[in-house]
Design a protein around this ligand. Structure first.
Ligand code: BG6
Length: 480
């Protein structure tokens, strides 16, 4: 027992995303998405982006963990753990297979209706991401993805369709997953649905910084439009932003390092949510645009749209932190979308992501201090290799330790006044990794029998963390 008190209605749960778990990539009218043309890789082999499918290549999203056909079994397991909420995403190309279709695909709409009803059966509140790292592939081919303003309207049509259809079934929506990933060249494909000539590997993409920021502007406008539409369609709807927060410390107390860390924090972490929470571009970004010769085209109405579509809550993914310095250093670490310099006080995961629970507490204060709206941690977790014992048990004490330490720090942040309302650790069931395309980089409390090559029965198995998290939820955070 500890003396940490979580609020009475704290939303304990887990998070998954359509392309990483559903599979059924071309079933029941679904169109291909940007995620469906990424081959599998591993820590040493980068994923490839192939605009057309290559014979013999392995595309891990095509089957993923077959959640599309097994969601009832999986939701029953989430319910057994005591989930109050489940973060899922809708695959846009299941609803509008080409993105620009005149009519939605009824089978796709029905799938999510059934899914949300199944969740309701167990009193699990859906938390629905409208866009999670996948854009209908046709929109890349026909429009050059989010670089084109036309996607704003296609996205609005999609949002309007699902807001109307799921009225009464859903309350919480997130517009764009990790929208700030477009701040980095890696965001071109997954986030911007933009591909530049010469790009072959996901982690070494060609870049056009201006186009990337134009795409980001289009997503800001699309997000704001979605928020406004949601509120018009149902005034109970709560809509949030979602930021990939890479907490960045100055490596030393050299003031030059402090200023560098502040600048990186502004640009990489805070810029997007400043736009989405405050409804305008912040002062510091002008200099960054100037330094990088960024000149984006905006419409006259955009200022108004951004102001009218500010979000109701702030959400973030938090996995790790990095250090930055004016001086170049040799010891580097990897990370979610972005790495940095090694922090001598922290351990790293098998994938070289630094484990920093206290950094989460710092970050929660930092963003709540700034925005003063409810905060959700909608992704957090440890990607690790699991070992299945002869009797089928999986002793993932490393995952329990990671989650426990982060939960303790969240509890302290709440005690210190942060209005944190939700925690949905990532990949509560094993699923396909985005950065490497692996299955064996596992985050789940539920094991899925499938390896990196696609072999396995897909059978589900409870890990030790399953029973541990069940107790955490049951005791509302006290029994950790
Ligand atoms: C976030 C994404 O970037 O990190 C998830 O929103 C992703 O979709 C998660 O899976 C973990 O990253 P990875 O590369 O380990 O799957």
């Amino acid at each position: 027992m500890n003396n940490i008190t979580f609020p009475k209605n704290f939303m304990w749960g887990g998070a998954i995303a359509a392309n990483q778990c559903e599979g059924a990539w071309n079933i029941d009218g679904k169109g291909a998405s940007t995620a469906d043309v990424m081959t599998a890789g591993d820590k040493h082999t980068p994923r490839r982006i192939t605009m057309d499918l290559e014979e013999g290549a392995f595309y891990p999203t095509h089957e993923a963990i077959d959640f599309y056909h097994r969601y009832k079994e999986d939701i029953a397991l989430f319910a057994e753990m005591g989930f109050k909420t489940l973060r899922v995403s809708i695959a846009w190309s299941r609803i509008f297979p080409n993105g620009d279709d005149a009519q939605p695909n009824e089978k796709g709409l029905q799938f999510y209706e059934d899914l949300f009803k199944e969740l309701k059966k167990y009193n699990i509140e859906p938390l629905v991401t409208l866009w999670h790292n996948e854009t209908p592939l046709n929109l890349v081919k026909a429009y050059n993805g989010w670089a084109s303003r036309e996607l704003v309207n296609f996205f609005a049509t999609y949002c309007e369709t699902v807001f109307k259809r799921y009225k009464g079934l859903v309350k919480y929506w997130i517009t764009f997953n990790e929208i700030n990933a477009l701040m980095r060249p890696l965001g071109n494909w997954n986030h911007g649905a933009i591909i530049h000539e010469g790009t072959e590997y996901f982690i070494h993409q060609k870049d056009n910084v201006n186009m990337r920021f134009q795409a980001l502007h289009h997503q800001f406008v699309a997000s704001a439009k979605a928020v406004k539409l949601a509120h018009e369609i149902d005034d109970h709807y709560q809509v949030g932003c979602m930021i990939c927060y890479i907490t960045t410390y100055p490596l030393t107390c050299n003031p030059a390092d402090i200023l560098k860390a502040q600048k990186e924090d502004h640009v990489l972490n805070l810029f997007s949510s400043d736009v989405q929470v405050f409804g305008n571009y912040p002062y510091y970004i002008k200099k960054y645009f100037k330094e990088n010769s960024i000149n984006i085209i905006t419409n006259e109405e955009d200022d108004r749209i951004l102001k009218e579509g500010t979000v109701d809550f702030y959400s973030l993914s938090y996995y790790m932190s990095v250090c930055t310095s004016e001086e170049s250093k040799e010891e580097k670490v990897d990370g979610n979308i972005m790495g940095g310099f090694k922090n001598p006080y922290l351990e790293t995961s098998d994938w070289d992501w630094q484990i920093d629970p206290m950094g989460l507490r710092w970050t929660l204060h930092h963003v709540y201090d700034r925005y003063q709206i409810p905060v959700m941690v909608t992704e957090n977790g440890l990607g690790a290799k699991d070992n299945v014992e002869a009797d089928g048990s999986i002793h993932d004490d490393y995952r329990i330790a990671y989650l426990r330490d982060h939960i303790v720090e969240m509890g302290k942040a709440i005690e210190e006044g942060v209005d944190l309302i939700c925690y949905t650790p990532w990949g509560c069931i094993d699923l396909v990794s985005v950065s490497t395309g692996e299955m064996e980089k596992r985050y789940g409390m539920i094991y899925v029998d499938k390896d990196n090559k696609g072999n396995g029965t897909l059978a589900r198995q409870k890990k030790d963390s399953f029973f541990w998290y069940q107790k955490v939820i049951e005791s509302n955070g006290a029994l950790i």
